[in-house]
Ligand binder design. Sequence first.
Ligand SMILES: [Zn+2]
Ligand SMILES: [Zn+2]
Ligand SMILES: [Zn+2]
Length: 361
Amino acid sequence: MTQKELGYVELEWTCPVCKTRNPGTQGTCSGCGAAQPEDAVFETPVQADLSEDKEKVARAKGGPDIHCAFCGARNSSTAEVCKQCGADLTQGKARASGGVVGAFTPNTGAKVRCASCGMENPAAAQQCVRCGAPLGKDVVAPSAAAPQPVPVSGGRMGMMLFAIVALLIVAGAIWFLTSLFRSSDTIASVVGARWERSIAIMGPVPVRANSWRDEAPAGAAQLSCRPEVRYTSDSPQPGAREVCGTPYTLDTGTGMGRVVQDCKYEVFDDYCSYMTTQWGVVDTVVSRGVGLTPQWPGATLASGQELGQRTERYVCVVEVDGKQYDFPLDTVDAYAQCEPGSQWSISINGLGSVVKARRVE
Ligand SMILES: [Zn+2]
Ligand SMILES: [Zn+2]
Ligand SMILES: [Zn+2]
């Protein structure tokens, strides 16, 4: 993170005697005249613009104020002797500084309500313009949006429809499950057999790939690039996009706040898309037929190609009571059993699928 300085803003302190808010650099209360206590806590104003007072800004930049060791009076960091008692200030105690006072809120013209008379005063005011009472930080919020009306549901009709649909879904599921698990055993005879064998042909396949420009292969085809964030840096970089957080105020120990924001830097680079090749399935050759002598398909390989995965599917077709059913067989040895006219014991479930098959003769 890089801390960027936006400027300086006058802080405030609240008089412990009369509760009046006073400008941070002011030594005595404008409400009752009491001196700013040594342990006064500086706060951020409700809303304020950056200070254009060169003298106050210079004092804030000079370092924290020094409290006289003898009389406690607050002196600027550049003073050598106390303005009140003339004592040597080298014995004095510098005010604490560097702490975060709070978020910096630029002046947008918000109003602060007077707790005594209800008058709305400018945010920068410290006393009510009408009654003179000290002002708190009761910022007048813009009127809240009207509550959204709650949509009225379809009522009884909608409920009925919903219940009927739910009932139908449940009934359908029950029918499906009972059909799936209900099965009947019967003897069927083989009327056919069919097979399918395929071989994948492997080779370089063109694919679109993405990478940063410097990671793309040299001479990549159809290269197209667009700038994207490659990394985020804590310090400024040439061509980087600056991304900054909410401004906040640091205590300078002078009644002025130093307004800063933390920034990071997004560094862009060309992210590219291009064509390259990847090892994959170029083609699949398939051979199909009926009967018990399955064949592997022939394949002609181009240079750089290889035969890949082989797959085989075998299906036995049986007939019972004039209806045909088929079922798969996993291996070529099992398929060899699917001889025409052979008898098989099969189980058929409620959906008409063969769930079990065993040759009996
Ligand atoms: Zn006061
Ligand atoms: Zn003094
Ligand atoms: Zn008032």
